[in-house]
Design a binder for this molecule. Sequence first.
Ligand SMILES: [Zn+2]
Length: 72
Amino acid sequence: MPEPRHAVETVRKCDVEGCGRDAERSVSGKKIETAGMKLSSDPSKSAHVCKEHYKELKKKTKTDRTLERLGW
Ligand SMILES: [Zn+2]
């Protein structure tokens, strides 16, 4: 595995509890909570999720769409 030239500043880790993969997307922490996932960071802020969890999140929020609509 090649070493990064600069500091790992840009590499974010997934904020879902127990997950240590590199984050790919940034989503609102609230959305993650709505999907029933646990965050290791503050849910009131935006969180970062890895590819896998983003997929899972998308799936779950799709099912909860009506709920989400009512909330807004
Ligand atoms: Zn993850």
